[in-house]
Design a protein around this ligand. Structure first.
Ligand SMILES: Cc1cc2nc3c(=O)[nH]c(=O)nc-3n(C[C@H](O)[C@H](O)[C@H](O)COP(=O)(O)O)c2cc1C
Ligand SMILES: Nc1ncnc2c1ncn2[C@@H]1O[C@H](COP(=O)(O)OP(=O)(O)OP(=O)(O)O)[C@@H](O)[C@H]1O
Ligand SMILES: [Mg+2]
Length: 508
């Protein structure tokens, strides 16, 4: 059969292994379930296109059809009459729709088009026709792949069936190696710079494939297979849905909270800081940066270099904050527990990233010891590596947790600038905060009641007092996003006391 033949004839050992394993999974599924009780979830995307051809190969190997000597079967095109479900949506790209229909015809797929959402569509499907297993083109790294294996029962709350994921462990590069080696047709959008395709509303060509040429006024892009770092395949999927009343920021989707700003927390991993032998200057610098783009920092925590301490803190903060920033404990040392802590917080394991491992081997060559580079282990299925030309190594992002590798303020500044420049930066710039500071020689007791009242009256303005020393003046700060409200609150305070009791100061 032409697919089997092409892979075997290629010199790509890695592709051959991935292919053999995937076809093995498919053949076991065909042996386990009746052919009429399995379905293929096909949507014309690259991953499901790969799966289609693997299914064709698996089906014919399963059926044991005789091959001709030239490696092709006697049929002109090898058909695979598998039940195929396509959730058709009005938000799909027309190119995806037409490719799905054309491909189904070419390969004799028994197409069943569903017009409702996944869950209710599957409920209706299972009622209508017994369906024990569904093949999916899910790959590790897809947001919904977390915790899945090659055979994974559907989740609780979903109708019961087995999800079969033959290409779960395939990388972006493996997918394109297969498509190009086997010379199979794929949706034309991939030739226009799209690297992962969702709906027309959330997908654009991947900016990393943009052809940097002053004459390129039409904004043309290189084809998807030219993307050198597969971890950035979803860079064209706009992730920042600014959703009010979103339930949780857990999928890396940021929601504007009721007060109209994003919140962040900072976790510093460092026994040295807790011993008092080192000082934490990084979180102070990061607070300033976040404040500068209108984000509110709600907590800074210093935890021990210990997996459980990191996991506990991250687990709580990732729910309560839009973003969590982590410093320290990142590297090859035994005390570098940050990634393990993050993995534990998300309930996933640390898994090797083959592409990154290869990249590191290239970068640090002979210094890399052992079979497996510890620096290439990442929380499985939730890790995105944020690359920037100014960074020697990418920053690690696990859903809404970013691990910053800075060891001093200067490095932090570089990393921060790179984060802001990313095409899909998670750091949305909001209306910046403004502040006004008043100085007074009044005592805390004299001023306390008025301040309490003002806090109730101006919940949208932060009003706080501090002193540099007991004998120095009291500084009252008003911080918020609405200048008029800040002025009003400050004016109200001044008017409550004799003239001249306050003077404005600059607190840089
Ligand atoms: C055939 C099929 C089965 C699915 N089964 C499950 C499931 O068991 N549990 C679940 O949480 N999501 C399930 N999903 C939904 C997917 O996890 C995911 O939300 C969907 O593919 C959309 O991915 P996207 O948000 O990246 O576009 C299923 C989807 C399909 C097409
Ligand atoms: N609308 C749909 N109809 C049927 N199956 C779908 C649909 N959307 C997703 N799937 C299934 O989920 C799998 C994963 O979707 P995903 O979008 O990650 O991959 P893809 O569409 O094949 O490729 P790409 O990542 O380039 O978009 C698909 O391979 C397919 O099996
Ligand atoms: Mg897709």
């Amino acid at each position: 059969m032409e697919i089997d033949h092409a892979v075997r004839e290629s010199s790509d050992r890695r592709l051959q292994t991935k292919y053999r394993n995937a076809v093995y999974v498919i053949q076991r599924a065909f042996a386990l379930y009746e052919f009429e009780q399995v379905a293929f979830s096909f949507n014309g995307g690259k991953d499901s296109t790969v799966l289609l051809h693997l299914l064709r190969a698996g089906y014919y190997l399963h059926k044991g059809k005789p091959e001709c000597s030239n490696g092709s079967l006697s049929d002109s095109v090898l058909k695979c009459p598998i039940r195929t479900i396509y959730f058709e949506s009005p938000c799909a790209f027309p190119e995806i729709n037409s490719f799905t229909y054309e491909t189904a015809t070419v390969y004799g797929l028994q197409l069943e088009t569903i017009h409702s959402d996944f869950k209710s569509g599957l409920e209706a499907l299972l009622k209508e026709k017994p369906t024990k297993a569904i093949f999916l083109g899910t790959r590790i790294g897809d947001p919904n792949a977390v915790g899945q294996e090659q055979f994974s029962p559907s989740s609780i709350g979903w109708p019961p069936f087995m999800r079969v994921n033959p290409i779960l462990d395939w990388s972006y590069r493996d997918v394109w190696a297969f498509i190009l080696t086997c010379k199979v047709q794929y949706c034309s959008l991939y030739d226009q710079g799209y690297t992962s395709i969702g709906s027309i509303y959330d997908t654009v060509p991947n900016a990393l494939l943009s052809i940097a040429d002053s004459a390129n006024t039409k904004g043309t892009f290189k084809p998807a297979y030219m993307l050198s770092d597969g971890r950035l395949e979803r860079a064209g999927r706009t992730k920042m849905h600014l959703k009010c009343n979103s339930t949780s920021p857990n999928n890396g989707v940021i929601s504007v909270n009721s007060s109209g700003f994003f919140t962040a927390s900072i976790v510093v991993v460092g026994d040295e800081i807790l011993f008092g032998t080192a000082e934490d200057k990084l979180s102070a610098a990061l607070c300033k940066k976040l404040y500068g783009i209108g984000w509110q920092v709600t907590r800074v925590a210093v935890v021990q270099n210990e997996i459980d301490s990191v996991a506990e803190e991250v687990e709580q903060r990732k729910f309560t904050n839009d973003m969590v920033f982590l410093f320290g404990g990142f590297g090859p040392m035994q005390s570098d527990v940050s990634l393990a802590g993050v993995a534990k917080a998300f309930g996933v394991r640390l898994a090797p990233d083959e592409e990154f491992e290869e990249y590191l081997r290239h970068l640090i060559g002979k210094h890399c010891t052992g079979d497996r580079n510890e620096m290439a282990l990442f929380p499985e299925g939730i890790t995105e590596l944020l690359q920037h030309e100014k960074l020697p190594l990418p920053l690690v992002k696990c859903q809404n947790v970013i691990i910053l590798a800075a060891t001093n303020v200067c490095e932090l500044e570089t990393q921060w600038d790179c984060l802001l420049e990313l095409p899909n930066t998670p750091l949305v710039r909001l209306t910046p905060f403004m502040s006004k500071h008043l100085s007074s020689m009044l005592s805390d007791v004299e001023i306390a009641q008025t301040i309490s009242k003002l806090c109730l009256e101006f919940p949208d303005v932060y009003i706080g007092c501090q002193r540099k020393s007991r004998v120095k003046p009291l500084i009252i700060s008003f911080v918020g996003k609405d200048k008029t409200r800040i002025e009003l609150a400050a004016g109200r305070l001044c008017n409550s006391f004799p003239e001249g009791a306050f003077s404005e100061v600059n607190c840089g």
